[in-house]
Write a protein that binds this ligand. Structure first.
Ligand code: NAD
Ligand code: IPM
Ligand code: MN
Length: 352
């Protein structure tokens, strides 16, 4: 029996609705496999936990997470009770950084039965490699002066190591896909980091003569994501550009509620973390209508990462069977609940 030990952190808001749903799905798929078992340990780390303990996780939180095969996280953020930069940097971003989850994988594709908001969508299937450890998300900066002269300075940090690592990951992945990498740049407006980004892209691309490349400024690229998503295969982007692009990718798929993501530790020193693109959705929390598919597709990415690609493939097939039959939550224009969508997926898994 293969045992996978998973730390689950539902977090805040709808994270507490979609994580339990996806865990039920994972348990069902383990039964389909027969020789696989998940051992979940749940951690209540969240904004409420912060109010009680003065921190988003205990001091030895990372130490506890280290022993797991994977971390399955819902969403973090309840800005009504804890400012976002405190909750996010105390949990989600802390884990990404401390566990060297330097690559954020975020696929987007046309899903069976889900209507894209695009007028004439062509079949698209792309994946954004988001540099996940530095870039625009940096702690270098501060505020100077007071009052109306106050200035906030936020520096971006681009190291050759991290930039090259994200790019190599993109090229390696493209060589297993459609052999095309697009770089998201902005070297027309940003004078240090982005010309540097372009140079590293050029250098790395020399090692991959069979991969077609292009470079697009992020503003134009954002527009192309809407007008021609089918032209992309693998896109490599900095932390902030990748963040924004992947919400656009989610939107052109039909809803941010279905977009998955994986934070990958490439050196194998720490567990990777799996959490969907969306946040805690305070506007729909408690209504039972959160779309569980982003979290369930994220579970599929966790299966892939943990060597269970066949199961991952089966799971996504079942999900697309359900969406193809129009069993969808209100964000996709239908009125099924989180529970109904989840139960239908489980039911079909059990019938495999
Ligand atoms: P959000 O993704 O939570 O919500 C944006 C919109 O999408 C809302 O209308 C919401 O109802 C909808 N939505 C999101 N997920 C959905 C789902 N599964 N099903 C149906 N509809 C869904 O983004 P936001 O409103 O900018 O952020 C809310 C909070 O979440 C903030 O505290 C933010 O910082 C945090 N956040 C956390 C993460 C994360 O933990 N990975 C990601 C993004 C935002
Ligand atoms: C995401 C989120 C986070 C990010 C926020 C909540 C800090 O938007 O995972 O996409 O920007 O990385
Ligand atoms: Mn985001």
């Amino acid at each position: 029996m293969k045992i996978l030990k998973i730390a689950s952190i539902p977090g805040d808001g709808i994270g507490r609705e979609v994580v339990p749903a996806a865990i039920k799905v994972l348990e069902a798929i383990a039964d389909v496999h027969g020789g696989l078992k998940f051992e979940f340990v749940e951690y209540p780390w969240s904004c409420e936990y912060y109010l009680e303990h003065g921190a988003m996780m205990p001091e030895d939180g990372l130490e506890r997470l280290k022993e797991f095969d994977g971390i399955f996280l819902g969403a973090v953020g309840n800005p009504k009770i804890v400012p976002d930069h405190i909750s996010l940097w105390g949990l989600l971003i802390k884990i990404r950084r401390e566990f060297e989850q330097t690559i954020n994988l975020r696929p987007a594709k046309m899903m069976n039965g889900i209507r894209s908001p695009l007028a004439n969508p062509k079949d698209f299937d792309l994946i954004v490699i988001r540099e996940n450890s530095e870039g625009e998300y940096s702690t270098v900066g501060g505020t100077i002066y007071q009052g109306e002269d106050e200035i906030a300075i936020q520096n971006a940090v681009f190291s050759r190591k991290a930039t090259e690592r994200a790019m190599r990951y993109a090229f390696d992945l493209a060589s297993k896909r459609r052999s095309r990498v697009t770089s998201a740049t902005k070297s027309n407006g940003i004078v240090y980091s982005m010309p540097f980004w372009d140079n590293v892209f050029k250098d790395v691309s020399k090692d991959y003569p069979d991969i077609q490349t292009d470079s697009q400024h992020i503003d134009a690229l954002a527009a192309f994501f809407v007008t021609q998503p089918e032209r992309f295969d693998v896109i490599v982007a900095s932390n902030l550009f990748g963040d924004i692009l992947t919400d656009i990718g989610a939107a052109v798929m039909g809803s941010i509620g279905i977009a998955p993501a994986a934070n990958i530790n490439v050196n194998g020193k720490y567990p990777s973390m799996f959490e969907p693109v969306h946040g805690s959705a305070p506007d729909i929390v408690g209504k039972g209508i959160a779309n569980p598919i982003g979290q369930i597709w994220t579970a599929k990415m966790m299966l892939d990462h943990l060597g269970e690609e066949e199961l991952g493939h089966q799971l996504l097939d079942v999900v697309e069977g359900v969406t193809g039959d129009g069993i969808l939550t209100p964000d996709l224009g239908v009125r099924n609940t989180t529970k109904e969508v989840t139960e239908e997926i489980i039911h079909r898994l059990q019938a495999l």
